[in-house]
Ligand binder design. Structure first.
Ligand code: NAD
Length: 292
């Protein structure tokens, strides 16, 4: 079994980006600048945004964190987005999800200028991705493609089962892996909460991407020997022995699945850090595109 080490790989990617940024600076060009909007005080969201800001520092980007109260109206949030859309110093920005219930997430994502949409969530960019045109790929699926590529995991002609059909992970993952691309050309089955007899699919899969948000859902008896397993899930569970009072669990029951797997991502240290590295990559791309 080979561990797909997202921590190590993402550090390599960030180093590559840092070299590009240093070159830009040497040439007297503008430093890439990523902004993040964080609404409210959710612990997990705060952790993710802080990790993104830290990654910006690591690669030499400028970063701006816009923190807003969870009582903010939809209209006020849209106006904050418009400020970032029209601020020429900001190359790309993200709106950390989830948003409070009273705000229409789709409306917010649609308000982001597609040229600055480094999360790749705007319908224009989703459309381009679906047509396999150059665009900002959503960071988590892009991170998975990158990890598979760097570990030379063959996907062409393989049976892939994706568990979960969210707009940010499962759905784009299934589209990308089925496309004609370096990591792609797979035969993909997308499964979800209404799928009957899920095990019948996972047992036949050469690669399983698990993104449903149920801790330790995929067990060893649901997969075949030699399977490649990508665990996207992140669930916080209370753990008094930890300094912060919790630990993270993936959607895969690692103990029973890992012995059967040829490759597997750990949680933490797998897909999570790759997601952040790909956000940095998209921000660099946004900077380069606005130069062109
Ligand atoms: P979501 O919560 O939006 O959707 C879950 C999906 O799982 C749905 O499509 C649903 O149909 C499916 N599902 C639910 N129960 C199921 C079942 N019993 N069998 C089959 N399918 C089922 O999902 P999301 O936003 O993609 O998040 C999934 C998990 O991934 C969460 O734990 C989230 O925290 C994590 N996540 C991690 C990263 C990362 O960078 N590592 C990024 C995004 C999300």
């Amino acid at each position: 079994m080979i561990l797909l080490d997202g921590k190590k790989t993402s550090a390599e990617i960030k180093e590559e980006i840092a070299i590009e940024v240093a070159k830009l600076k040497e040439q007297g060009k503008k430093t890439p600048h990523l902004a993040a909007i964080l609404v409210g005080n959710d612990g997990a969201s705060r952790t993710y945004v802080n990790a993104k800001v830290k990654a910006c520092e690591k690669v030499g980007f400028n970063s701006t964190l816009v923190r807003l109260e969870d009582t903010i109206s939809e209209e006020e949030l849209l106006s904050e987005i418009n400020k970032l859309n029209t601020n020429n110093d900001i190359d790309g920005f993200i709106v950390q999800l989830p948003l409070p219930k009273h705000i229409d997430e789709q409306k917010v994502l649609m308000a982001v200028n597609p040229d600055k949409d480094v999360d790749g969530f705007h319908p224009t960019n989703v459309g381009k991705m679906t047509l396999n045109l150059p665009t900002f790929l959503p960071a988590t699926p892009a991170g998975i493609l990158e990890l598979l590529e760097r570990y030379n995991v063959e996907t062409s002609g393989k049976n892939v089962v994706v568990i979960g059909r969210s707009h940010i992970v499962g759905s784009p993952m299934s589209i990308l892996l089925s496309q004609k691309r370096t990591v792609g050309n797979a035969t993909v089955t997308i499964t979800h909460s209404r799928t009957k007899n899920l095990e019948a699919f996972t047992k036949e899969a050469d690669i399983v991407v698990v993104a449903l948000g149920v801790a330790e859902f995929l067990k060893g008896d649901m997969v075949k020997d030699g399977v490649v397993v990508i665990d996207v899930g992140i669930t916080r569970v209370d753990d008094a022995t930890k300094k912060n009072g919790f630990r993270l669990l993936g959607d895969v029951h690692f103990e029973s699945v890992a012995p059967k797997a040829s490759y597997i991502t750990p949680v933490p240290g797998g897909v999570g850090p790759m997601t952040i590295a790909m956000l940095m990559k998209n921000t660099l791309l946004a900077r380069e595109r606005s130069e062109a």
